[in-house]
Design a protein around this ligand. Structure first.
Ligand code: ADP
Length: 304
């Protein structure tokens, strides 16, 4: 199975002609309530492909928690290992979008910031039996480190998406506990001090990441493609040509796809190509988790 230890948010997205100035009240056109949070998005992406995704995280005992649990169930993700937090509220993101698709976002981490060792212990069977574990940085980094150690102790592989970018750095030796790291340009710069813009520079950045102890570096360059390197393979995957209309959660769909393909026994090279197809397809639809592709859609794009 694929374990995802990460964040669960409810996204409240408003649409208005423009974003408000400080002190200003505006009337908008509409709003939507959707599932969000990188943990959730990646779990949904892996699950939609047909992966046996098990999400470990927390929601609050509030209306938003009910909404998150319902959405997860609708998307076919088990909430068996989503803990109900008695004291913290469900994580939310309040997202304003204007007529030019420019946005401003406030995230209240809530229960996500309380995910700790007790959650890992409660879900020890999930971590011990996971072939692959996905983690990101919307829960405490110490919890990620501990989860990584547990999964690897049971011979599972750890994929780490260093997002949001760890502007205060990672704990010493963190990447030594990770099998695959998947930063975008900004996250690569934060981790290595070097911002790659093309395949050659991404290769250099991948070497810098591998010097920090991670086995495989997968450097995502958005619409410019993705570079990967591990002990035995390296290469550059050209971007799939799609009509991109919304890049929200492209990285999450990429990671969900990467986990699915690696759990399916694919090589890193094959899995990265599969993941790039997932990321590309997600940009052809609006939304976060809802824009994740099905296996049939990915296979159609890869075969074309
Ligand atoms: P993040 O969301 O983490 O910043 P990226 O923007 O790099 O991640 O997108 C993740 C992946 O999705 C990319 O590496 C690429 O494979 C795919 N992707 C994103 N945008 C496009 C695009 N416009 N065309 C094709 N593929 C894309």
């Amino acid at each position: 199975s694929i374990a995802i230890v990460g964040s669960i948010n409810v996204d409240i997205t408003t649409r208005s002609d423009r974003l408000p100035q400080p002190g200003e009240t505006l009337h908008g056109h509409s709003y939507a309530i959707n599932l969000g949070g990188k943990g959730c998005n990646q779990a949904v992406a892996a699950s939609k492909l047909g992966g046996d995704a098990k999400l470990v995280g927390r929601i609050g005992k509030d209306g938003f928690g009910d909404i998150a649990a319902q959405h997860l169930a609708d998307m076919g993700v088990s909430t068996e290992h989503v803990h109900l937090d008695e004291t913290h509220g469900t994580g939310i993101a309040v997202i304003g979008v204007d007529a030019n698709s420019e946005n401003s976002i406030i995230v209240i981490g809530g229960a996500n910031l309380a995910v700790d060792e007790s959650d890992l212990e409660r879900s020890s069977d999930v971590l011990e039996t996971a072939k692959i574990m996905l983690m990101q940085l919307e829960i405490p980094v110490e919890t990620c480190l501990s989860a990584a150690k547990k999964v690897r102790a049971s011979s599972g592989k750890v994929i780490f998406d260093p997002a949001p970018a760890p502007v205060h750095g990672l704990p010493e030796g963190f990447l030594q506990n990770v099998d695959v790291v998947t930063p975008n340009e900004t996250e690569t710069e934060i981790l290595t001090g070097f911002r790659p813009t093309n395949a050659e520079e991404a290769a250099h950045a991948a070497n810098l990441l591998r010097e920090q102890g991670v086995a495989a570096a997968v450097v995502k360059l958005g619409a410019r493609g993705v570079y990967f390197k591990d002990e035995t393979s390296e290469g550059f995957v050209e971007p799939f040509k799609v009509n991109a209309i919304d890049t929200v959660a492209a990285g999450d769909c990429f990671n969900g796809g990467l986990a699915y393909a690696l759990a399916d026994g694919k090589s890193l090279a094959e899995a990265v190509r599969f993941a790039a197809a997932c990321g590309a397809l997600s940009t052809t639809k609006h939304g976060a988790a809802t824009s994740a592709p099905t296996l049939a859609e990915v296979e159609a794009l890869m075969g074309a």
